[in-house]
Design a protein around this ligand. Sequence first.
Ligand code: PCA
Length: 321
Amino acid sequence: MFKQIATGALLTGALFTSAVNADQWHMPTPYGDANLPTKIAYQFAEDIKTGTDGDIDVTVHSGASLVKHPEIPRAVRTGQVQLGEIFIGIMGNTHPVFKHDNIPFLATNFDDAKRLWEAARPEVEKQLDKEGMVLLYSVPWPAQSLYTKAPVNSLSDLEGLKMRAYSPSTSRLADLMNTTPTTVQVPEIPQAFSTGIIDAMITSPSTGANGQAWDYLSHYTDIKAWIPKNVVVANKRAFRRLSDEQRQVILDAAAAAEAKGWEGVRVTAAEDTATLAEHGITVSEPSEELMSELQKIGDIMIQEWEAEAPQEVGTILKAYR
Ligand code: PCA
């Protein structure tokens, strides 16, 4: 009798210990559950848990619920969290290599965007490493297009409007378009439009559809200006502490996530553009005039970007071209 109880207690103790010993990892992400990158993040967490037999238990905190988006890089860097998802462009002021992500008309279709990512990846990886982060995978967004409350045929139709910005590069772009940049995070977009904080924005069909853009604007001009990405990164020390096998599980899960993102985005881009039209938004191709005006701005931005860090940016551009 006594022996049985003792064995039972031991067993319970052993189970308890293993649960306690599981590494509890936290992964803040900026965007809500309806977004492709977030769906991929959940699967990534699941793959890690399964692949490590539960030894690494990753909790995804989506929609900036645990850490506000602009704070996620620091949270990962300092080890406050072990993993995090970040829109690359928001790190543009940390180092110019991150700006490759928001340069208008440098890469406007998924094949070019993939090549640009391959060209930029080593530089991005190097910079993240310096900051104590390990690059795991990227997820692209659909191409970024123009949302307004009236038709736009040329830049003069936008003059003086308040334009949403989501990164240093998009603030600069708004300046060059003779609009006023205002930084607004995704969850605040509907309210920012309805209270007149912003009049226009450039983002993906997905972010417009998720935020029910038809409630507060009417026109979508498909300028397809750039294809930005999120990256998922790990804290370097947390990653190094793992066994070789555990690290390999994470790297394999990351490779699968990366492949899923680049494939899935093509589908969501088409579906979400259709959703905008179904809800009454006028979806149209840009005029030649608008495109040539915007392309000139793109050229200026490439020059400015290269001048900021001729060596690193030069390396990216050379590899890409
Ligand atoms: N949606 C996010 C990033 C790019 C995108 O398509 C945003 O608008 O902030």
